[in-house]
Design a protein around this ligand. Structure first.
Ligand SMILES: [Zn+2]
Length: 192
């Protein structure tokens, strides 16, 4: 995979998504490069040239050692749900027809527990089906904390695809059973 920075600054991204205008400025080189990889359905993160740790979200310097140099590295998009929220009232009008939808924070397997035991690369995305469409209420009900998920890409516009999460049905079960709160606030297990 080419380094998109090799040919100079990448062009800005402009797209429409659910009635919203999205724009990434040509000044935001790190995010432009990240989304260029996403557009080709490859998940790349920056690896620090100083301490060798990966980081997310894309940013100019390393949050651990402050080194400004990094290289883009392809990363396996598999992980476990760290937390999630279900949205039943659309703040953005464009989402009104998609209610309810779920936003997950996922601990990537790569680099979990580094640089300290409590840390992980935590990547935010919507829960979607295998084709990248927002998940149905029945699918949402199957997800809990520690559910195994994998990354899929939702094509939004030419040159723009969003990294999202879908339940990884092929994954071996987590050591701890996934769980969620039900409507009455009671903790129950899911995934059986
Ligand atoms: Zn570093």
């Amino acid at each position: 995979m080419a380094d998109f920075r090799a040919g100079g600054a990448p062009a800005p991204i402009q797209a429409e998504y659910l009635g919203m205008s999205l724009r990434l400025s040509e000044l935001d080189v790190e995010n432009l490069t990240y989304f260029r990889y996403c557009a080709s359905h490859h998940f790349h993160l920056q690896r620090c040239c100083g301490c060798q740790l990966l980081r997310y979200p894309p940013m100019p310097g390393c949050p651990w050692c402050a080194c400004p140099e990094s290289e883009w590295s392809e990363v396996d998009g598999r992980g476990e749900v760290h937390s999630y929220t279900e949205i039943y009232k659309a703040i953005q009008p464009g989402f009104a027809e998609s209610l309810p939808y779920l936003v997950a924070i996922v601990d990537l397997d790569v680099q979990k527990g580094r640089p300290s035991a409590q840390e992980a690369l935590r990547v935010v995305g919507n829960l979607v089906d295998g084709e990248g469409r927002l998940a149905s209420p029945a699918e949402i009900a199957k997800l809990g904390i520690r559910t195994r998920v994998r990354l899929v890409f939702t094509d939004v516009a030419p040159g723009l695809s969003l990294p999202q999460w879908t339940i990884d049905e092929e994954a071996s079960r987590s050591a701890v059973r996934p769980w969620r709160w039900d409507a009455a606030g009671v903790i129950g297990s899911v995934g059986e």
